[in-house]
Design a protein around this ligand. Structure first.
Ligand SMILES: CC(C)(COP(=O)(O)OP(=O)(O)OC[C@H]1O[C@@H](n2cnc3c(N)ncnc32)[C@H](O)[C@@H]1OP(=O)(O)O)[C@@H](O)C(=O)NCCC(=O)NCCS
Length: 192
């Protein structure tokens, strides 16, 4: 075959292979975003990956985790969890009134002898002014869908403080069952 004819084909193939390799290498870095309409308002759901993304969730997360009085320490700890515990953070933002975070969910895939591989929802909170509109459900749907798509995942598991009766109803309506008690031995009174 004429060498001159082969060259452009080879270049195209090589470029295609390079693009495929780059896609597979950076696949983890691409973050997900989707639009959601609730009533007349529009929201965007986005995976948080950068320091700025994580910081944007601080004020809402503080409503659930008031232990974190310093936003910078919160960001550092979330980054530590992301790096070492496969922790992920996804947040909902308003679109019409600027990009303000109104809800956030933190989750990770875990594995134990029992029940095997599972999705663990570590944190979920919606801004107190924005609850009961369906935003918490958007966050839960997103993580539950991911769990279904990961091969081998057997369940979605979460813990909730005994006093959060309304939140328990929210989970139970979604099909979650109460299956165990969580026992803790604290070493100082501050943590209680
Ligand atoms: C738990 C939490 C995340 C749920 O978020 P949310 O945005 O209020 O959730 P939703 O609006 O999707 O659903 C909440 C309720 O509103 C109802 N609802 C959903 N869409 C609605 C709508 N358009 N209009 C009226 N009610 C609606 C749901 O049926 C649900 O009812 P339920 O409480 O009886 O189950 C939120 O209440 C929260 O941040 N709580 C404080 C922090 C907390 O407890 N976090 C969990 C720690 S384990």
């Amino acid at each position: 075959m004429n060498l001159l004819l082969m060259r452009p084909i080879k270049i195209k193939t090589a470029m295609f292979v390079i693009i495929l390799i780059l896609l597979s290498v950076f696949r983890e870095s691409f973050c997900y975003a989707s639009l959601h309409t609730v009533g007349n308002e529009q929201f965007i759901l986005k995976d948080c990956t950068t320091e700025k993304d994580i910081k944007s969730t601080y004020e809402v997360m503080y409503q659930l985790r008031p232990e974190y009085t310093d936003p910078n320490l919160y960001v550092k700890f979330v980054q530590h969890l992301m790096l070492n515990e496969n922790y992920k953070l996804t947040a909902l933002y308003t679109l019409d009134s600027g990009e303000n975070c109104v809800g956030v969910i933190g989750y990770q895939i875990k594995e134990r002898l029992y029940p095997g591989k599972f999705m663990y929802i570590a944190d979920i909170v919606v801004d107190s002014k924005m609850r009961n509109k369906g935003l918490g459900s958007i966050l839960m749907n997103y993580v539950e869908k991911q769990a279904l798509e990961i091969p081998g995942v057997k369940a979605v598991i979460l813990e909730s403080a005994i006093n959060r009766k309304q939140t328990h109803k929210f989970y139970q309506k979604r099909g979650y069952e109460i299956k165990s008690f969580s026992f803790r031995l604290f070493y100082n009174t501050v943590q209680k």
